[in-house]
Design a protein around this ligand. Structure first.
Ligand code: PMP
Length: 442
């Protein structure tokens, strides 16, 4: 399976070589291949089959428990009782779309808007991050009259026709749109110059190139923690100059908060806040409903007006009553369990532990982390050449030790650690000891 070497090939099961799986697991894999084909990859050389979960633990079909240090969708913990109760109550009461009045839906919209600076005062609900990015592209194009977007070189923004054109992480098999320009991610590990200055210069050059090709600039879209590019978070504020450049050129800045949003950075609800910038459009999804399919676009009154002057908006499942009840319960849990401050405190503990690992193992080239999002970059000792094989071996060895993580970055040489926000220092100890153990025997 190559998927033309795109992001979905990272840590993917290979049916030709995955011989360690038990017969029952192999049979299920075959049934899955018969129906899905090979385009929907499974994780791991030895795929896992989960049947239940709670908090930061998942259980497989043999009743064995796995520590979840990877999944950011069940962000307030798998099957959180408060979310389960809210969904169960709402699904047994009423589940409908947004063309009838609903206190549940409107109250959630107000609550969500209250987490943003006052300029960002309008929201549209969707059912996935992709749909939100797609809608953000429509808003940006209508507002600016342009069509061109700038994204980073290994960005992932989603899978619809329009969004795949701004998702270079799919690899060379999925063409980038002709009105899309790529820039380097702000990689402070490999770039010598200050990342914010270089990023702003690259954005300015991309805008100029685009306009020379007769394409009017619409906007810059970035994941504000650059997850698929390899997680680039420091120094806070490095996006400021690029955003100013975008606005001077008449474009909009779209913050993709699908990964950092809802408290993961430990420094507030949204990743853009650490950069001291005001996005024109924000998209969010994944953790919003703790697994229920709800996502959104938040924007200014002016941008919304430019959209509604031309088009109405209706989305059958987007913002349905059950999903809004789930999303509201997620906000309750983030507040009542202090999950943003836990992300900060436990994230700092995790980062310290990973830095100690780096001091012990030459293969670890860099540690980057913000709140409960961490990257461990493997390189060939004495160089900055990514060691993809090492990252894959570590991820698969951890799976055998029943700890879940995965990889990211264009070369897949970076461990991607992104647990539910209930993660504690004890969980960090289990994770770090497991990585240490694997690196020691290698
Ligand atoms: N943006 C980012 C930054 C993402 O990571 C993802 C999903 N990996 C998306 C958008 C698309 O979200 P979805 O899978 O819900 O369509």
């Amino acid at each position: 399976m190559t998927h033309a070497d795109g992001m979905l090939a990272l840590n993917a099961f290979n049916p030709q070589s995955g011989s360690t799986t038990a017969p029952a697991t192999r049979a299920l894999i075959e049934r899955r291949r018969n129906t899905f084909g090979d385009g929907v990859p499974l994780f791991y050389r030895d795929p896992v089959h989960f049947v239940s979960a709670s908090g930061v633990w998942l259980r497989d079909q043999d009743g064995l428990e796995y520590l979840d240090a990877y999944n950011n969708v069940p962000s307030v913990g798998h099957c959180h009782p408060h979310v389960v109760e809210a969904v169960s109550r709402q699904v047994a009461t009423l589940n409908t779309h947004t063309r009838y009045l609903s206190d549940v839906v409107t109250s959630y919209a107000e609550r969500l808007i209250d987490t943003f600076p006052r300029e960002l005062s309008k929201v549209l609900f969707t059912s996935s991050g992709t749909e939100s990015v797609d809608l953000a592209m429509r808003l940006a194009r209508l507002y600016t009259g342009g069509s061109g977007f700038i994204v980073t070189r290994f960005a992932y923004h989603g899978h619809s026709t329009a969004v795949a054109e701004i998702t270079p992480a799919f690899g060379p098999g999925v063409p980038i749109g002709i009105n899309v320009q790529l820039v380097d991610a702000p990689d402070g590990y490999r770039q010598d110059e200050p990342v914010g200055v270089k990023f702003a210069q690259d954005v300015a050059t991309a805008i100029a190139d685009m306009e020379r090709r007769g394409i009017k600039f619409a906007g810059l879209i970035v994941d504000t923690v650059f997850s698929s590019d390899g997680l680039f978070v420091d120094p806070p504020g490095f996006l400021m100059e690029a955003v100013a450049t975008v606005k001077r050129a008449g474009g909009v800045f779209v913050a993709d908060e699908v990964q950092p949003g809802f408290g993961r950075t430990g420094e507030g609800m949204w990743g853009f806040e650490r950069h001291g910038i005001l996005p024109d459009i924000v998209v969010m999804g994944k953790p919003m409903g703790n697994g229920m399919p709800i996502a959104a676009v938040v924007t200014t009154a002016d941008i919304m007006q430019a959209f509604t002057d031309r088009s109405g908006y209706f989305n059958t499942f987007g913002g349905n009553t059950v999903c809004c009840a789930a999303a509201s319960a997620v906000l309750d849990v983030i507040e009542s369990e202090g999950l943003i401050s836990n992300a900060k405190k436990t994230g700092a503990y995790l980062k310290r532990g990973l830095q100690q690992l780096k001091a012990r193992h030459q293969s670890v080239g860099d540690i980057r982390a913000i709140g409960l999002y961490a990257a461990v970059e493997f390189v060939r000792p004495g160089s900055k050449h990514g060691d993809t094989g090492m990252a894959l071996d570590v991820v698969n060895e951890l799976r055998q030790r029943r700890v879940l993580i995965s990889t990211c970055g264009p070369d897949g040489n970076i461990l991607k650690i992104r647990p539910p926000l209930q993660f504690s220092s004890d969980h960090c100890d289990i994770l770090i000891a497991a990585i240490d153990d694997v690196l020691r025997i290698r």
